[in-house]
Design a protein around this ligand. Structure first.
Ligand SMILES: Cc1cc2nc3c(=O)[nH]c(=O)nc-3n(C[C@H](O)[C@H](O)[C@H](O)COP(=O)(O)OP(=O)(O)OC[C@H]3O[C@@H](n4cnc5c(N)ncnc54)[C@H](O)[C@@H]3O)c2cc1C
Length: 645
């Protein structure tokens, strides 16, 4: 069994280091300085991370690596056998961040793109609004940055200035084949969304993510150095510890179609596994978004940050208000894009009173956290199940051309949005926190980079500005390329090391009956955890409710572990739903701990016990790696050994 390795916090200069999964305290990267001395501009965690991490840059040349391959299949390679595969780069996730990075690093080596379902199944594919970028002459990077910081409730890291890189990243997407809407003047049509003071959202009608994903996947298919492994569930990272340095050498996966464990040894690993919407029962995220990457990284001793900032999108379609109700509950709520409010959509309660001006001078164009809280307040005060978003006062042609996806989806349920308002409710949408990244996507684990929603780069602060996440994913996927290539070239990966880590076991020996019982208990308790999160860790929080959540989640977890253990499940065993469940537990607990440790209300974190902003609290929340010694089964990494003995 795995060697227990002490928490890798020795390299990090922290003031407070007693965080574990049960309870965390916030900390700062810079030692010996009290919190309240810092202003955000003086406190840059990217700087802190960069001091800790050794990211080297060097000149490099492009090796000629050509291999014949068939679409989405790995063809023979002398280095690969069925259960172990060797690549220069392993990319976990096939959304915008993973694919964008893969296309660049493939110029320097072989790339495995590992993804848990079909390649296109990811948050990216569902993005409606677009990518924000400063492309209009009357707009400016300063204005975009200001909007980002205001939306982020002044917790954004100003050093993470991704806004300057937006136009280039958008142009690259176009060069890769993505097609965006143009105005009558022939220029890109720029939409305006809540929180933006300019028109700056590049889009493909209301299906921007689908168009980006299509273009990137097409480019991936045509790239001879990239091999895509669909239905491969990343279980845990393969890490080694040398003194206080932790290095990542790849990832163990479970092929969910063949139920085989496949080990990927790689010189560099990019974690681009997206969000964690499914820690809540109502979410706009597809089923793949179960926070696996955050939990995997946490177990591998990576630093996690800002997890209390869960964005609830104010306007997901409320099925109960539709003329024709869906026959089955949806896996993910259908989003009514921010752009509907940006285009003039007005929110009413069921008494047809326009309520947003009562809460905020920016009315419907206020940032998402403000709008979501206002809707939540209306629903509670009026004891109603949804509110109405009306765009029907706009010309019919305009509505249909701007929102073809939204209008056709609503029409399937008997609702003509050109004539009637849309029933909407808030739903969990985006995770602002994640694996803490430096300015080039580096983490405290050597050889491990992060990009996209799984990362916490500092850009979003306490609340993400609309359409900034696709931008952030593009920017960090690109920034991580050079340091990754550098790391790849200097990697000391020993190809014979493959068997140093014990292999996870697929529990075929347990028999169908027992496996069925474990699965049905897991599904039942998954719903229970999600409902605890919704009821106690939602849009409006309190210390008592958070503590109740902490206790209840602990109880459900203990019950689950006891049940599956009694039925013969061993810690070395893996199955997709079991792995997801332990990841959901891990993420849920980190969100609760982080929320409990923030004694103020800022951005997406609103608690009635600390309803005001506190300047002294204006610091990111950091979850230090927990020691493995006292961790529970479900938060322990299964296999990890020193490589050099
Ligand atoms: C409905 C909706 C609308 C949105 N609209 C916008 C918008 O207009 N503008 C904007 O900027 N942002 C928007 N967002 C947010 C944005 O889409 C996401 O933040 C962004 O696409 C994330 O990209 P990503 O590459 O990090 O992750 P994703 O696109 O989610 O990709 C994650 C990938 O990781 C894989 N994965 C996860 N776990 C594992 C595992 N254990 N093993 C293997 N693979 C795994 C998944 O299968 C998936 O392929 C929206 C999100 C949603 C849900």
């Amino acid at each position: 069994m795995a060697t227990c390795i002490p928490a890798g916090i020795g390299t990090m200069r922290c003031r407070v280091t007693d965080c574990n999964i049960q309870r965390c305290r916030r900390t700062t990267w810079v030692s010996d300085m009290p919190f309240k001395r810092y202003l955000q501009k003086e406190f840059s965690w990217s700087k802190g991370v960069s001091q800790v991490l050794k990211v080297q840059r060097c000149e490099f040349s492009v090796p000629q690596l050509y291999r014949n391959r068939k679409l989405f299949k790995v063809v023979s390679s002398c280095k690969n056998d069925g259960s172990t595969k060797h690549f220069d780069f392993a990319v976990i996730g096939s959304g915008i961040a993973g694919l964008r990075y893969a296309l660049d690093v493939a110029k320097y080596g072989t790339v495995a793109v590992i993804t848990k379902a079909e390649s296109h199944e990811c948050n990216t594919n569902y993005a409606q609004g677009g990518v924000s970028a400063v492309l209009c002459p009357s707009d400016s990077v300063e204005s975009h940055m200001k909007d980002t910081i205001v939306a982020g409730a002044y917790l954004c890291d100003e050093e993470t200035v991704v806004c300057t890189e937006g136009p280039d990243r958008v142009r690259e997407l176009i060069a890769m084949g993505a097609s965006f809407d143009h105005g009558e003047d022939g220029n890109l049509h720029l939409a305006r969304e809540g929180g933006h003071s300019h028109h700056r959202v590049v889009h493909a009608a209301d299906m921007t993510g689908k168009e980006i994903e299509r273009a990137l996947l097409k480019a991936i298919v045509n790239n001879p150095n990239i091999f895509v492994f669909e239905h491969h569930f990343a279980i845990d990272l393969l890490t080694c510890q040398d003194g206080s340095d932790i290095t990542c050498f790849g990832v163990d996966t479970l092929n969910t179609e063949t139920l085989e464990v496949v080990r990927f040894l790689s010189k560099v690993t990019l974690l681009a596994s997206g969000g964690a919407g499914h820690i809540y029962p109502k979410t706009t995220n597809p089923l793949v978004a179960t926070g696996d990457g955050i939990a995997i990284a946490h177990r591998a001793q990576a630093v996690i940050s800002n997890m209390e900032f869960v964005q609830f999108h104010p306007t997901a379609l409320a099925d109960e208000g539709l003329p024709i109700k869906p026959t089955e509950p949806r896996e993910n709520a259908f989003l009514i894009s921010e752009a509907v409010r940006g285009d003039g959509g007005i929110l009413y309660n069921l008494g047809m009173e326009r309520f947003m001006p009562l809460y905020d001078g920016r009315a419907e164009l206020a940032p998402r956290d403000v709008v979501a809280r206002s809707i939540d307040d209306q629903l509670k005060k009026r004891d109603e199940k949804y509110v109405l978003l009306d765009i029907s006062h706009k010309p019919k042609d305009e509505i249909l051309s701007h929102f073809p996806n939204i209008s056709s989806t609503c029409l399937q349920y008997g609702l003509d949005i050109t004539r009637h308002p849309i029933p909407v409710v808030p739903a969990a949408h985006y995770m602002c926190g994640g694996v803490r990244a430096g300015l080039q996507g580096e983490t405290n684990v050597q050889g491990l980079y992060v990009a996209g929603e799984v990362a916490c780069t500092g850009l979003h602060g306490a609340n993400r500005l609309a359409s900034n996440s696709l931008l952030e994913a593009l920017v960090f996927a690109q920034r991580a390329v050079l340091p990754s290539v550098d790391q790849m070239k200097s990697s000391s990966l020993d190809l014979t090391a493959s068997n140093l880590w014990p292999r996870p076991v697929v529990p075929l020996s347990l028999g169908n009956d027992v496996r069925g019982k474990i699965l049905s208990m897991t599904r039942e308790l998954r719903k229970e955890v999600q409902s605890i999160m919704w009821n106690y860790v939602g849009i409006v929080r309190s210390t008592m409710r958070l503590e109740t959540a902490e206790q209840k989640i602990g109880e459900v977890e203990a019950k689950w572990e006891e049940y599956i253990t009694q039925h013969g499940w061993k810690p070395t065993m893996v199955g997709p739903e079991i792995c997801e469940m332990r990841n959901l537990f891990c993420c849920a607990k980190i969100v609760v701990s982080s929320a409990l440790s923030r004694h103020e209300s800022r951005g997406l974190h609103y608690t009635i016990d600390f309803p005001d902003l506190e300047e002294s609290e204006r610091l990111p929340t950091i979850i230090m790696p927990s020691s493995l010694v006292n961790s529970t089964w479900s938060s322990r990494q299964l296999h990890k050994q020193p490589l050099w003995q």
